[in-house]
Design a protein around this ligand. Structure first.
Ligand SMILES: NC(=O)c1ccc[n+]([C@@H]2O[C@H](COP(=O)([O-])OP(=O)(O)OC[C@H]3O[C@@H](n4cnc5c(N)ncnc54)[C@H](O)[C@@H]3O)[C@@H](O)[C@H]2O)c1
Length: 251
């Protein structure tokens, strides 16, 4: 008898690292719950998965809203009955600015998605995994979560918060069969970065993230490969780990 497929929930699945990681996990035989507030983009990810003979569902949700998070977790349980892998990845970048010039609304927007969204996802998925006695959570932080970043202080603070939540939760849940890690990309060629590059040109505020020592930004696949490894049994001794994938940016 073949083993039951693992169930992976991915937030921010409509673009960038969320999309590419979802496709990679689907190719490995996992069934996907694709969460994004941009439903057409997540549907497009599902089409790409189906082209590879994979399977999944789309849940339109805003990760910063508790009711939406409860809904995507419930949709995963209603459809597939469990959650084995949670790639807690949706995030937004702030417009580059010096701290004193950062509007309060910008602070609220970035903290709501990057910090509260990651917290809410963990809060509801951990309950499911605790009941199962197993599961892996991979939070997307950033190199800006392990070192301060010029021109995006609030974004950097939100990613430091993700690193901290990852470590605290790993302390609390690793004895319950749940591994919790964070991936910290440097610069990755995604829609997020394309928009960011434009606002750097407009504002003249340049974060150091611009200069990876390897001489180029990462392709989303180069992060997805690491996430897939972290999600796999090959990473069985990794929990509370903050995994930097940055082309030497922080070296
Ligand atoms: N691209 C980089 O250079 C880089 C570097 C370090 C960390 N990151 C982090 O990686 C993660 C993914 O970024 P990406 O570059 O793939 O970005 P992206 O913009 O290509 O994709 C992000 C996806 O998240 C979705 N999303 C945003 N806010 C949401 C919300 N409130 N609810 C549900 N979905 C939401 C968007 O619709 C989009 O589909 C983010 O957490 C980002 O901060 C990116």
């Amino acid at each position: 008898m073949s083993e039951a497929a693992q169930i992976a929930v991915v937030t921010g699945a409509g673009s960038g690292m969320g999309r590419v990681t979802s496709i990679k996990l689907a190719k490995e035989g996992k069934k996907l719950v694709l969460v994004d507030f941009n439903a057409p983009a997540a549907e497009e990810t599902l089409n790409l998965i189906k082209q590879e003979h994979g399977e999944g569902i789309v849940v339109q949700a805003d990760v910063s809203k508790n009711a939406d998070v409860e809904r995507y977790v419930q949709a995963a349980l209603d459809t597939y009955g469990r959650i084995d892998i949670f790639f807690n990845n949706a995030g937004v970048i702030s417009k580059p600015n010096l701290l004193a010039d950062t509007p309060e609304e910008e602070f609220d927007r970035v903290i709501a998605v990057n910090f509260k969204g990651v917290f809410l996802g963990m809060k509801h998925v951990l309950k499911v995994m605790e009941e199962q006695g197993s599961g892996v959570i991979i939070n997307t932080a950033s190199t800006a979560g392990v070192k301060p970043e010029h021109s995006v202080s609030v974004y950097s603070a939100s990613k430091h918060a993700v690193v901290s939540l990852t470590k605290s939760a790993a302390m609390e849940y690793s004895s319950k069969g749940i591994r919790i890690v964070a991936v910290c990309p440097g610069g990755v060629q995604t829609n997020l970065v394309a928009g960011f590059q434009k606002s750097i040109e407009e504002t003249g505020h340049v974060p150091e993230i611009q200069y990876p020592r390897i001489g180029r930004m990462a392709e989303a696949e180069e992060i997805a490969n690491v996430v897939a490894f972290l999600a796999s049994p090959e990473a069985s001794y990794m929990t509370g780990s903050i995994v930097v994938v940055d082309g030497g940016l922080t070296a």
